[in-house]
Design a protein around this ligand. Structure first.
Ligand code: SF4
Length: 408
């Protein structure tokens, strides 16, 4: 895979060495077992795959290049480039300003932009409407566009299916930048609706079967369907695509369920199923698949707790947390400063959407076994700092240095 020019302070010598050795021993990526570093009384269990993906490295390279190539110009990001607070802060420290927050709320007025400004499009891509707004201002959005090719692949899939007359159902978080962009690109070709989870899918199915009155649909799915959507006509042929970072099992469940609903309702012959349901595989990206499979592989090992590192608004990271939470106590942290002491950890609660502090998070066990993984927008350097902090808090700093030697 292509390598990118990413600022060196995002890299970790130790993590790079571990990933390189594991990759050399498993070129076909079939081994999802974790890497275990036995550092004295602390055993760190690292997922086989984690951290920066292709799209994130691509975005970081382009964004820093945009700043370097335009020292005399104002440089803006349409919104957070990726969901990592450290990377976004680094760009802001270089003078880059954000036009919108992650929910699409304006942080400045469009009238502040001039044709002389540089605007970077984030890795999630953007909507056709925002591209037009920029072009109307004389700013070419493709000049520093960091849209991930795996996101564009979803748009292409939706376009192809849409042009064959299917309505597109996007499994994604309706307010997430990527889903808003995918929705925009898809609805340019065909009717489109977003479902955020299986619960909404079950609800949507009741409009396919007629169990619920069509008039109720527009309130239930407000803001999630394209203009002119007629639920009585536009659910006859459907195809499912998804935000690239959803939970693989949920996307599969949604696609399988909707297919069965269409079969039960329309009763097509085996040869005619394709008249009602487009044959789509999930449109998750390779990094989402690898990182989720690596967490599943890691969870086959016994451990006392899991630490997942990433931005709190990162979709792919939150799904890694959900997977870990099914098996053991899991703490979602943004960096090593969250490890306040051996007694207290500050972490994000996915269910209450709040940061909280928890005491006694490190059980008094020997050895203490801690699983670690991180999201696709988390620098490896941050993972190494978390490992070092855990070693420090448990009195295992020299032991971690010795364990690391094996990999270097
Ligand atoms: S998580 Fe996947 S889709 Fe998103 S930037 Fe990374 S490679 Fe691209």
């Amino acid at each position: 895979m292509k390598s990118f020019d990413v600022p060196v302070h995002y890299r970790s010598t130790l993590v790079t060495a571990i990933k390189s050795k594991r990759k050399a021993a498993d070129k076909m990526k079939k081994d999802f077992s974790p890497t275990v570093l036995e550092a004295g009384s602390l055993h760190l269990i690292l997922a086989r795959h984690f951290g920066f993906c292709y799209g994130v490295e691509n975005a970081i390279e382009i964004a820093f290049r945009a700043v370097a190539e335009n020292p005399d110009k104002r440089v803006f990001l349409l919104s957070e480039m990726i969901h990592n607070p450290g990377v976004n802060a680094d760009l802001q420290n270089l003078g880059v300003r954000f036009i919108m927050d992650t929910k699409g709320n304006m942080l400045m007025g469009w009238d502040e932009l001039t044709a002389d400004d540089i605007v970077i499009i984030p890795a999630f891509g953007t909507t056709l409407e925002l591209e037009k707004t920029l072009r109307d201002k004389g700013i070419e959005p493709s000049r520093y566009e960091t849209t991930c090719p795996f996101v564009e692949k979803v748009w292409n899939r939706a376009e192809k299916i849409g042009k064959e007359g299917y309505t597109i159902i996007v499994h994604g978080k309706p307010n997430h930048e990527e889903t808003r962009a995918t929705f925009s690109h898809s609805k340019a070709n065909t009717h489109t609706i977003v479902v955020k989870d299986m619960e909404q899918t079950l609800h949507l199915a009741k409009y396919i079967t007629g169990e619920l009155p069509a008039t109720q649909f527009y309130a239930d799915f407000k803001g999630q369907y394209s203009d002119g959507f007629d639920v009585t006509k536009d659910m006859q042929r459907i195809g499912v695509v998804n935000q690239t970072t959803m939970l693989a099992s949920e996307t599969q469940g949604i696609a399988d369920y909707l297919k069965q609903v269409m079969i039960n309702h329309h009763k097509p012959s085996a040869d005619n199923i394709g008249d009602y349901v487009a044959d789509t595989r999930d449109t998750l990206c390779y990094a989402t698949n690898d990182n989720q499979s690596a967490v599943q592989g890691m969870l086959d090992t016994d451990a006392d707790l899991a630490i997942v590192i990433g931005g709190y608004n990162s979709s792919n990271t939150s799904h890694l947390v959900e997977l870990c939470e099914l098996k053991l106590p899991t703490y979602f942290i943004k960096d090593e400063t969250c490890l306040i002491s051996a007694d207290t950890i500050r972490h994000f609660n996915l269910h209450t959407h709040t940061e909280q502090e928890t005491s006694n998070y490190l059980p008094a066990k020997q050895p203490l076994r801690i699983m670690i993984t991180s999201g696709a927008s988390c620098p490896d350097a941050l993972v190494e700092r978390v490992m070092e902090r855990l070693a420090e808090l448990t009195g295992n700093t020299p032991a971690l240095a010795s364990a690391a030697q094996y990999w270097m």
